[in-house]
Design a protein around this ligand. Structure first.
Ligand code: ADP
Ligand code: MG
Length: 472
């Protein structure tokens, strides 16, 4: 019975309840999975410790419960060692983090050269690039931490949102490692990870807090009530800000090898931010949603009207040409960030109404590496006596640390799945969630301008966690 359940596809204790609740009752499964842990001949001391965790945490229900009380003690935190794997887009990343937040290793293999060549992410090529390096990236993370798989406590992996082909590479690898070494596995929401990594660096950061998550594919304002519980205040109706930075860099003929954002930020320092009058998106919409497609078009038109030739690299441009490109970069950056500022102000007001105790705005995701973004948003939060929390740049862009850390946060409250079988069958259906909201939309904030496609969207992380809590 246990083995037949374990042979079934995908993970579920944390996330799959809505899809599979008619077949699997989580507690039954959780109790069975605990049995499996008991039976394993290769149990390492860590798992025993978990099973014998003090007092009330000793029963299967308590052990797997989604109670919010953190399972935490100094020795528990030090002994908990989690491998995090991230392949949702164009970075292949792995890291090993201890339960106390100590980062033992961090490895990122970037596909920036592909991005530079094609000006965007091509899923099939990105998948191949992930497949080529994933084993090495994970091995390097282990080597840098001076650990073997046997010394890990669990494996955390991004299952969405992102590109299916890319997510699959990471999930396959995570399951191979977890299955071969009898490790629990934790399914991670990529955007939750961007938000929660702030709690690794800022230990004072408690729920609830407001988060602005800005990257190449996402532009989200969420109110984080608790682990696994988010209200979406705003999202983009078309492109994300990082995409606008990347296209601006490409059309300005900048060096994209470190992605477009840093190149635009650097050139913007030379330019006059008031020189090109771009209009601020969505001024007439009094909500917290974003739009960057129109600004991209404005930038494209401004570049065309100044006869800037993207084929001429910046290093070869005349000084007049260079300063004209710098003016566009600076003006674009100013307006792109003004749009963020405006939405954040409104979001802070909404958030204070819903959760008056919030004290922090977390800004994370690749674009949060931008110093101008940080400085401007710092001014916004100061008006409301809130504190801005931005992870360091290498934890803002996609990385394995945030996945491992989110795994740790979930593991502590019992949200994880038992070790998968050592080998998945060839026709195994992986649980991947390419389009997966973090939380439900804030009803009062729903915009008429929203035209998001709703097809094939997974139930939000929040709704799944809430369903799981209700079933207990
Ligand atoms: P993804 O978008 O794949 O989730 P990341 O979270 O790593 O990935 O974010 C990458 C995005 O962040 C890219 O669009 C990149 O241009 C942008 N970015 C990175 N650094 C900066 C910066 N300094 N300024 C503006 N944008 C940046
Ligand atoms: Mg990201």
């Amino acid at each position: 019975m246990v083995s037949s359940l374990l042979a079934l596809p995908s993970t579920f204790s944390r996330l799959n309840l809505v899809q599979k609740s008619s077949i699997f009752i989580p507690f039954t499964f959780k109790a069975l999975s605990l049995l499996k842990f008991h039976k394993q001949p290769r149990l390492r001391p860590f798992n025993y410790r978990l099973l014998h965790f003090p007092s009330s945490l000793n029963s299967p229900e308590a052990h797997f419960s989604t109670s919010r009380r953190p399972v935490s003690s100094k020795s528990f935190d030090v002994d908990l060692v989690v491998l995090g794997i991230e392949t949702s887009c164009d970075d292949t990343a792995a890291a090993i983090v201890r339960g106390n937040g100590e980062i033992l290793s961090q490895v990122v293999s970037s596909q920036a050269d592909l991005l530079a060549r094609y000006g965007g992410v091509a899923p099939k090529m990105a998948e191949e690039a992930h497949s080529q390096v994933i084993d090495q990236v994970v091995q390097d993370a282990l080597d840098k931490a001076s650990l073997t798989e046997r010394e890990l406590s669990a494996v955390a992996v991004t299952i969405g949102p992102g590109l299916s082909l890319c997510l699959r590479v990471g999930v396959q690898k995570a399951r191979r490692v977890a299955g071969s070494f009898n490790l629990p596995i934790i399914s991670v929401h990529h955007m939750e990870a961007h938000a929660l990594v702030a709690r690794l660096i800022e230990k004072e950061l408690q729920f609830p807090f407001l988060a602005l998550l800005i990257s190449g594919g996402h532009n989200l304002l969420v109110l984080a009530h608790d682990l696994g519980h988010y209200t979406q205040l705003g999202t983009t109706i078309d492109d994300a800000i990082g995409e606008a930075f990347d296209k601006t860099a490409k059309w300005l003929g900048l060096d994209m090898r470190k992605s477009g954002g840093p190149a635009v930020e650097q050139l913007a320092q030379e330019g006059d931010a008031e020189s090109v009058r771009f209009s601020i998106p969505m001024k007439q919409h009094k909500d917290c949603n974003f739009s960057y497609a129109g600004l991209k078009t404005q930038v494209k038109l401004a570049i065309a009207s100044r006869n800037i030739d993207a084929k001429v690299p910046l290093s070869c441009a005349s000084s007049l040409d260079r300063s004209s490109r710098a003016d566009i970069a600076a003006s674009f950056q100013r307006v792109a960030v003004l749009h963020l500022e405006e939405r954040c102000e409104r979001a802070v007001e909404w958030a204070l109404k819903i959760e008056p105790s919030i004290k922090h705005l977390v800004v994370s995701g690749g674009v949060a590496s931008n110093q101008y973004v940080r400085a401007r948003l710092d001014q916004v939060v100061q008006k409301y006596s809130l504190q801005l929390v931005c992870p360091p740049p290498n934890l803002c862009t996609d990385n394995g640390v945030m996945i491992a850390w989110t795994g740790i946060e979930n593991f502590r409250v019992g949200r994880y799945d038992p070790p998968p079988p050592a080998n998945d069958p060839d026709d195994f259906m992986y649980d991947l969630r390419p389009r997966w909201p973090l939380g439900e939309e804030y009803a009062e904030g729903r915009s008429e301008a929203r035209s998001l496609r709703r097809a094939r969207v997974h139930p939000s992380l929040t709704s799944l966690v809430q369903a799981s809590l209700q079933q207990q």
